[in-house]
Design a protein around this ligand. Structure first.
Ligand SMILES: [Zn+2]
Length: 249
């Protein structure tokens, strides 16, 4: 009993530390309402450095990116706060690179786009991360969702050719390496995004092809149905897997 109490306390402490470090790293996102960013429409904030003449293009881009997800998976239910940064420095201050990223807190999801990320592939990818976080809830997404699966799902709405690969030509060892990349390495930078551009592109290519193979094998099972199964207690690895019986038919 004592050990169980200690274990629960340790988990609570770890969770508090993760949330506090997240708050510290992302405090600018949380205070976006009080910044000089322009609120273009609900939850869409645009850097004051971006000319007004570009506002309607950005608004259309956001609508189109959401529509791409709806066309592919049937719906888009979350309302992430979207922050469009006008410069590299501003993107960095808001916790992202020149392209963009998605972050989830227990109460909200945030998508930040950098100056090179104003395109439907990048935005749809990041919005799908936010949708996934919304559907899974903070703890499942933060502590259980494998990184190859998170990125592989995001890549399903990213149609850039450079991320396509024939998975049959990829060495089994490489696939194992990508599937075993830890989401939260304590001491090292995350291996998914290290090793140079070629390596990072390969990591995305493998993740995209793996998820595509899993989703395409059974037309009766949609992405969101699979997410619901995980929410009901099944392990990600058991739900998002190649179904041998389907393959042997
Ligand atoms: Zn991603």
């Amino acid at each position: 009993m004592k050990n169980l109490k200690r274990f629960v306390l340790l988990i609570l402490l770890l969770l508090t530390l993760v949330i506090l470090s997240s708050l510290f790293n992302h405090h600018r996102k949380l205070t976006i309402k009080f910044s000089n960013f322009y609120l273009l429409s609900e939850n869409l904030y645009i850097d004051s450095a971006i000319e007004r003449s570009k506002h309607s293009d950005i608004s259309i881009l956001v609508q189109n990116a959401k529509q791409r997800i709806i066309s592919k998976f049937g719906s888009f239910s979350s309302s992430p706060i979207i922050i469009i940064a006008g410069t590299s420095q501003r993107a960095k201050a808001y916790g992202t690179n020149d392209f963009g990223s998605a972050t989830a807190f227990p109460w909200d999801e945030y998508v930040v786009l950098g100056p090179k990320g104003y395109n439907i592939d990048v935005l749809a990818h990041e919005l799908l991360h936010a949708e996934l976080a919304y559907r899974l809830g903070y703890c499942l997404r933060e502590f259980k969702l494998p990184i190859w699966l998170d990125e592989g799902i995001g890549m399903q709405v990213d149609y850039r050719k450079k991320y396509d690969i024939d998975i049959r030509l990829v060495n089994e060892k490489e696939i194992k390496r990508v599937k075993s990349i830890n989401k939260r390495p304590i001491f090292n930078p995350n291996h998914f995004w290290s090793g140079g551009e070629k390596q990072v592109v390969l990591n995305y290519q493998i993740s995209k092809a793996l998820v595509s193979g899993i989703l395409n094998q059974d037309l009766n099972s949609s992405l969101y149905t699979m997410i619901d199964k995980v929410k009901d207690g099944k392990a990600f690895e058991d739900v998002f897997t190649i179904n041998k019986t389907l393959h042997n038919r």
